[in-house]
Design a protein around this ligand. Structure first.
Ligand code: ZN
Length: 281
């Protein structure tokens, strides 16, 4: 079997959605079998935080990973989705602060940087030494909360399907099904931006969240429509939910072949499914 890493390194800077802090991210090649991992270069000893589902410490509005109580990295999902979606199995991600920048709210800038940097194949000489390789699932695995759920169903090839349902007519009821075999991550999923509801913005700000959020990095709507059109896709919100799901499930290393089906789910449910799949491996 073969894995891939980056051909060289790249660097991007920006503001974190929740912290509002400016951070710089350097993404570098990593060795075969090392997987994707973060390094907090601003902390003493530059501690490592593995991008593994077992390292998830919080899922309120974004996914946070922790090595210890003092060593965390927040809002990892869009960068991790970009790496997994572009086929980068092994990467060292150095960040000089507590949160990955939101950039334009999508994975597009990350994907462009990865495409520009290029990939190199890493040949496995003595299989099966690589960890984290999950086999296709034999039986359905699913988690639910109220009417929301995420399921992994046995399938011949991987597919991600998602449904959302909002009172705001601008979003309403949207479904999308993405087959990585049929449509590239870069064109179908990566450009879809984070979205939010105007009625929740004040409440989130008061809770100390979304300090870095703005109409420049998130689509926002109220009952009368979008505050900052145009959209990149008519169904941009549900495509973004698939982006988040891909990023969260990338914490499995390589996700098992399955049809992933989600409805009204959250980072919390995505991660619960990841843990359920991980415990079966
Ligand atoms: Zn997101």
């Amino acid at each position: 079997m073969t894995q891939s890493t980056l051909a060289s390194e790249f660097e991007l800077s920006g503001v974190g959605l929740h912290s509002g802090e400016q951070t710089r991210v350097r993404v570098l090649p990593a060795n075969l079998g090392e997987g994707r991992y973060f390094v907090r270069t601003d902390l003493p000893g530059a501690p490592i935080i593995p991008a593994k589902v077992e390292a998830v410490s919080q899922t309120a509005l974004s996914t946070e990973l922790s090595a210890t109580a003092d060593v965390q990295i927040r809002t990892v999902e869009h960068l991790l989705a970009a790496l997994a979606g572009m086929g980068v199995d092994n990467a060292r991600i150095e960040v000089d602060g507590p949160e990955v920048p939101l950039l334009d709210g999508s994975a597009l800038v990350w994907v462009e940087a990865i495409a520009h940097t290029g990939l190199v194949a890493q040949e496995l000489v003595h299989p099966p030494a690589v960890n984290g390789q999950l086999s296709p699932i034999a039986n359905p695995v699913w988690v639910r909360h109220g009417d929301a759920f995420v399921a992994a169903l046995p399938a011949a090839e991987t597919r991600f399907s998602y449904g959302i349902d909002f009172d705001e007519p601008a979003i309403g009821n949207q479904w999308y099904s993405w087959s990585p075999e049929a449509e590239s991550f870069a064109s179908a999923i990566a450009p879809a931006r984070t979205f939010g509801l105007a009625r929740q913005v004040d409440q989130l700000r008061q809770a100390g969240l979304i300090k870095g959020g703005s109409l420049e990095n998130a689509l926002v709507c109220d009952r009368s429509g979008w505050l900052n059109p145009p959209l990149r896709f008519a169904n941009e919100p549900v495509r973004h939910k698939i982006l988040d799901l891909v990023g969260d499930l990338s914490l499995l290393g390589t996700w098992p072949t399955a049809h992933y089906l989600a409805y009204k789910a959250s980072h919390n449910l995505h991660i619960q499914l990841g843990l359920a799949l991980s415990s079966q491996a």
